[in-house]
Design a protein around this ligand. Structure first.
Ligand code: ADP
Length: 493
């Protein structure tokens, strides 16, 4: 909108017409005072200002306008009939005018000037807006940056206060911060602590982590500078995400040497205790068998006593297999679990195992499905141990339903697959991943069923050592299928 300021209504009228014909919106004021009030209230793109007015003259009005921050950028054209003198024109420019036109006004020239100045005003306004937006953007970034700096500072103080060795790295893996503990193990923040020669190399694992964009977790032995002993640490590195992007990595080395030593002592204790238990138990069993035979000789089918002897021998067998499991565990820990591998026929092994289980669990229907007349290269006693374990678990964890299926077949890729299906208590989905771990027992059912939580761990180790796979599918309250596969032996000829 254009504001015309003139004390003569007829002048305003003629100017307004010229401008309105050219599609400009026009407002007017009959005095300098009125003009200033309007300028404070409205926004104008251009002011056409008469110089000679009673009261406040055009120059004074212009000086006031350019003094307000709101209106200082509005272009002003002075219009004067009398003061064509150079002095006045100079004063016009000095008081903030952009142009000085003397009357009589040539409408074409006026319109050209108005259009140019109007356009100039619009451009200035746009530029101002852009400048404002840019300023806001800069402020925003400054603020974000200082917030980020604060967050980084906070993270670093936290990392300084923890007892672990800690570091952060950029998304490309370049280490950018290490806490004070780091320098007990490395003299440079670019170099990882020295690892035991038998352990994996941290840098190699680190590069893999960066390339695969996956968290890193590994146990590693590292040693302090100027010390000779290596201590076991758990190295964990987690990505810090912003949306789907990794922006940083945060890593810690936690000293787990004490824990490792305690585990070792526990394993040693288990190993010694189970050895010590096994010897007298073997003697007890032998004496019990002698006793059973002597009773049989005296009175064949010797009633109650025979029954008690049989039950005692059954319990001794259970104790025996518990101790054998404990011994196996300590052998696995020390890498001494031995396998007596040879080529053997699989079918008699599974038949025999199912027979043994049927005899000792007469109230269950152990149903055989499929067959696998193949040879396996492995330890038949250990494979039998896995099948017995699967079957006894299926029985133990099925207090209601007495059907158990055991199936064997050859898979399309030439593996022997054995599965045991029960309709017992089942296992909830979130527990399945842990089922084959050492000492793991499903808490909800552990009070109802006795056990140590080591049978499946041993099975897993046996199958791994036969280059096979193992697993479980289960639904809580419906039952489970435990399976394993091992490669079929192929005659080289
Ligand atoms: P244990 O039976 O002595 O506890 P295992 O290593 O054989 O130890 O089994 C580990 C855990 O897995 C068990 O405690 C039990 O919670 C669960 N489990 C194993 N087999 C079954 C099964 N057939 N049905 C339901 N849960 C099972």
């Amino acid at each position: 909108m254009i504001l015309i300021v003139d004390d003569k209504p007829e002048n305003i009228f003629s100017l307004r017409r010229i401008l309105e014909i050219n599609n400009f919106e026009v407002d007017s004021a009959l005095s300098g005072e009125e003009a200033l009030k309007k300028i404070l209230k409205n926004s104008y793109a251009l002011i056409i200002l008469d110089v000679q007015m009673p009261g406040m003259d055009g120059f004074e009005v212009a000086e006031n306008i350019t003094g307000y921050s709101k209106s200082k950028d509005i272009p002003i054209i002075f219009l004067s009939a009398v003061n064509t003198d150079k002095r006045f024109i100079t004063k016009g420019y000095a008081s903030g005018g952009i142009d000085y036109i003397t009357k009589p006004v040539d409408p074409d020239i006026l319109i050209l000037k108005v259009k140019t100045l109007h356009k100039l005003y619009e451009q200035t306004r746009e530029l101002n807006e852009i400048q404002l937006a840019l300023r806001a953007e800069i402020e925003f970034r400054k603020h974000a940056q200082s917030e980020l700096r604060e967050r980084v500072q906070e993270l670093r103080s936290i990392l300084e206060s923890i007892p672990q060795i800690a570091f952060t790295a950029q998304s490309n893996g370049k280490i950018e911060f290490v806490n004070q503990h780091w320098f007990n193990y490395s003299d440079s923040e670019e170099t990882f602590p020295e690892t035991h020669p038998d352990d994996a190399n941290i840098s190699t694992q680190w590069n893999k982590t960066i390339a695969n964009k996956t968290p890193l977790e590994m146990e590693i032995r590292i040693k302090k500078l100027n010390e000779d002993v290596y201590r076991c640490h758990l190295l964990r590195v987690m990505p810090v995400m912003e949306g789907t992007e990794i922006v940083k990595w945060v890593g810690t080395f936690t000293d787990i040497e004490e824990q490792k030593q305690a585990e070792k002592r526990k394993d040693e204790f288990l190993s010694i205790a189970s050895h010590e238990l096994k010897t007298p138990l073997t003697s007890i069993k032998a004496y019990m068998q002698l006793l059973e035979r002597s009773f049989d000789a005296q009175s064949p089918g010797s009633g109650e006593t025979g029954k008690y002897l049989e039950r005692t021998l059954f319990q001794i067998d259970k104790l025996h297999s518990l101790i054998a499991d404990l011994l196996d565990i300590s052998k696995i820990e020390s890498g001494k679990l031995k396998f007596n591998k040879k080529v053997f026929d699989f079918e008699p092994v599974i038949e025999n195992t199912v027979d043994i289980i049927r005899q000792t669990n007469k109230d269950f229907n152990i149903i055989r499905r499929g067959s696998a007349n193949v040879q396996i290269y492995g330890d038949d006693i250990r494979i039998e141990q896995v099948i017995i374990n699967y079957l006894t678990n299926a029985i133990k964890y099925s207090p209601e339903n007495k059907d158990v299926y055991i199936e064997s077949h050859i898979t399309n890729d030439g593996q022997l697959r054995v599965s045991v299906k029960d309709f017992g208590v089942g296992i909830s989905a979130e527990k399945l991943d842990n089922i084959f771990k050492k000492f793991y027992r499903v808490e909800e059912t552990s009070h109802r069923f006795q056990g140590l939580g080591i049978g499946l761990y041993i099975c897993a180790e046996i199958i791994k050592r036969h280059n096979g796979f193992f697993g479980v599918e289960s639904e809580e309250g419906k039952g489970s299928v435990f399976y394993f596969t091992v490669p079929v032996y192929k005659n080289p000829e």
